[in-house]
Design a protein around this ligand. Structure first.
Ligand code: NAD
Length: 70
């Protein structure tokens, strides 16, 4: 399956499960955006992803202020 024209968002992407999802999405060609507050995740889980120009990391807490519509 190709996601080459897709833009994805992985919440908790620096965690155990999330980082594997990130790597798989990048393998399919998707642009991958991660939001993680690093409360339990680690940037070392994203070392491979960091080499991709299609990867963006945002350190933020997923709370109501992030999800609230303007
Ligand atoms: N080698 C292994 O087999 C191994 C290693 C690690 C974990 N595990 C297992 O994996 C499971 C946990 O994996 P997981 O990926 O669900 O958990 P995780 O804690 O690894 O990932 C959750 C991610 O969400 C982030 N996060 C949490 N609250 C947030 C918030 N409010 N806003 C933004 N980011 C937030 C954390 O920083 C973390 O990166 C457990 O069952 C654990 O035992 C197995």
């Amino acid at each position: 399956m190709s996601f080459s024209d897709s833009i994805s968002l992985v919440t908790g992407g620096a965690g155990f499960i999330g980082s594997h999802i990130v790597d798989k999405l990048l393998e399919t060609g998707a642009e991958v955006n991660v939001i993680d507050n690093l409360s339990n995740g680690n940037l070392s889980n994203l070392e491979n992803a960091n080499n991709s120009s299609k990867f963006n990391f945002n350190q933020a807490n997923l709370d109501d202020s992030v999800l609230k519509k303007n």
